[in-house]
Design a binder for this molecule. Structure first.
Ligand code: ZN
Length: 493
């Protein structure tokens, strides 16, 4: 980096379990791959936290001057219920339940995902490839794995031979699992009439006749295994070995471990130099998940319409709350923490408004250069947003003191403080003044449509108390519904 205050950057590499200096393969270019959503249901807040972690990493790398190619996929086939090799495709199951085409399900939940990403002000990736759009690449990879001797066909499916791979290569390094322990602990017998070992995983699955999503292949009609798409698409867009692969902690095993094995088997080299894993969002100490009944959706969060919520919170309050803890730590959601975050964000944003109106003095009563240095050090220390936010509040203190006449800053220092605060608050942390969000019709529309749908459902079951309550919540958010013959439209109050 040409600007000494900007580097070097250290990140914790899950593979080595150490903080390492980040050195890209081909500077100034950086290849970043993040596992995206399986689009079969609404995004919940735990998912948002994971994507937010890599949004801030992407913003920081870009700020440091790197040209980042950020690839985040959409899983639209191959992810089976229970994350295993047998059973129904998650998307096909949802299509059956909602009586829609699988691709309608994919479109519906992809749109919903994008609405949520916009609402929380996450930047779009450079490329957002889909699994169904990369069947040829995936079939090619299966062929290479068979050719190298680590894949075998059985009854129209192709499996990855884990024990054979582990004889010559490291398997389990990323997640710290040992092959002998895995073998002892696996009670799993699904697919055992075809698999040579219970550790083997499907890279191509034969489709049953009633299966909706299937494609022709050298092994008959079928569909790719879930782990395969990330290997095929990261190789295609970032090369055989690339800089950073990110994802949620729960993807480390088996998903990421399988990605490594597939690339080594197919192409003979490890795919990733730095692995990064974001930690979970918990609610009262339990993992946030739909199955736990605590995975509230962004709509529920904004409206406060959930038994665990005391009130509604804005998207920026949530973003700020999440960034107040380090990405590698678990974060526990509570109303008290959210309300503290809400107050903190208000204080920060109020200072940002005051900052533009400060009058310079003759002397410097505060060291802005030192503050700047500490902010960069925090971000370069494994993207330590909580420490950086702590420094920003030192900035808030300085701003308010100058505004109150208790402290002076020269014009040069005010300029420098202004650049620092604006860069860190808006560009790096990705926060917005609330009125900017509320003014973003595109971000709001998906959510309002969701409310309109919920209200129509309530009306259809003649629950007018519920339908009125939904309308009132929207009114409180400054949204007025208009019922016409064509349906329900919305406008701002
Ligand atoms: Zn993946």
């Amino acid at each position: 980096m040409s600007d000494p205050k900007k580097g070097p950057l250290y990140i914790t590499n899950t593979l080595s379990r150490r903080k390492e200096e980040f050195v890209p393969l081909r500077p100034p270019h950086v290849g970043l791959y993040v596992c995206g959503p399986t689009v079969y249901s609404d995004v919940h807040l735990g998912n948002v936290r994971s994507f937010l972690t890599f949004d801030v990493l992407y913003r920081w790398l870009t700020h440091l001057g790197y040209k980042v190619r950020y690839v985040r996929n959409i899983t639209d086939v191959g992810h089976l219920v229970g994350d295993i090799d047998e059973g129904e495709d998650k998307i096909a199951k949802r299509a059956r339940l909602e009586q829609l085409e699988p691709m309608e399900i994919v479109q519906k939940y992809t749109n919903g995902f994008h609405d949520v990403m916009r609402l929380f002000n996450l930047l779009s990736p450079s490329i957002e490839p889909t699994a169904t759009g990369h069947l040829i690449e995936q079939i090619g990879m299966v062929e290479r794995i068979i050719k190298s001797g680590y894949g075998y066909e059985a009854n129209g499916s192709v499996y990855f031979d884990v024990p054979k791979f582990a004889e010559k290569h490291a398997y389990g390094e990323l997640s710290g699992r040992r092959i002998d322990e895995l073998l002892t602990n696996t009670r799993d017998t699904e697919g055992m009439e075809e698999k040579r070992s219970p550790l083997d995983f499907a890279i191509w699955k034969k489709a049953e006749p009633q299966h909706l999503m299937k494609w022709p292949s050298p092994w008959g009609e079928g569909f790719p295994g879930w782990h395969l798409e990330c290997s095929a698409m990261s190789t295609k867009y970032l090369g055989g070995t690339f800089d950073i692969h990110g994802g949620g902690m729960d993807l480390k095993f088996p998903h990421h471990e399988c990605e490594i094995a597939q690339s080594v088997a197919a192409d003979g080299h490890v795919p990733v130099r730095y692995w990064m894993h974001g930690n979970m969002l918990t609610v009262n100490g339990r993992k946030m998940a739909k199955s736990e009944g605590n995975g509230f959706t962004p709509e529920e969060l904004l409206s406060g319409n959930h038994k665990l919520l005391e009130k509604g919170y804005s998207a920026m309050t949530v973003r700020f709350f999440m960034l107040q803890s380090h990405y590698a730590s678990t974060l526990d959601f509570s109303n008290a923490a959210m309300q503290a975050g809400e107050k903190g964000l208000e204080r920060l944003m109020a200072a940002m408004t005051v900052l533009g109106k400060l009058k310079p003095g003759a002397l410097d009563g505060a060291d802005v250069t030192a503050l700047e240095k500490r902010c960069y050090e925090a971000m370069n220390d494994d993207i330590n947003t909580p420490v950086m936010i702590g420094e920003l509040f030192e900035g808030v203190r300085i701003i308010n003191s100058v505004n109150d006449g208790k402290l002076t800053l020269t014009a040069t220092s005010i300029e420098r403080l202004s650049t620092l605060m604006n860069t860190m608050v808006f560009d790096v942390l990705g926060l917005k003044q609330e009125q900017q969000i509320a003014g973003d019709d595109r971000a709001m529309d998906g959510l309002v449509q969701e409310f309109i749908r919920m209200r129509a459902e309530a009306k259809a079951r003649k629950d007018f108390t519920a339908s009125d309550a939904i309308r009132d919540r929207l009114t409180a958010l400054g949204i007025i519904l208009k019922d016409t013959k064509e349906g329900t439209a919305w406008e701002r109050a």
